[in-house]
Design a protein. Structure first.
Length: 56
């Protein structure tokens, strides 16, 4: 897959969610990561960073 910039997509997920019962704890999250790029995942404590990585 090519994006508008012509970079190759290395990883793509769409509308990832995590819920317990009726309560949504994370999401929906959509990510598209390009090859040869470095990314960081930052956020406050309890914002779902570790949960997102585990889901991926």
């Amino acid at each position: 897959m090519l994006t508008d910039t012509g970079a190759q997509t290395a990883f793509h997920v769409e509308a990832v969610r995590f819920a317990v019962g009726e309560r949504t704890l994370l999401g929906p999250v959509t990510l598209e990561l390009q090859r040869s790029r470095v990314y960081g995942l930052i956020g406050h404590n309890g914002s779902g960073k570790s949960t997102l990585i585990k889901l991926l």
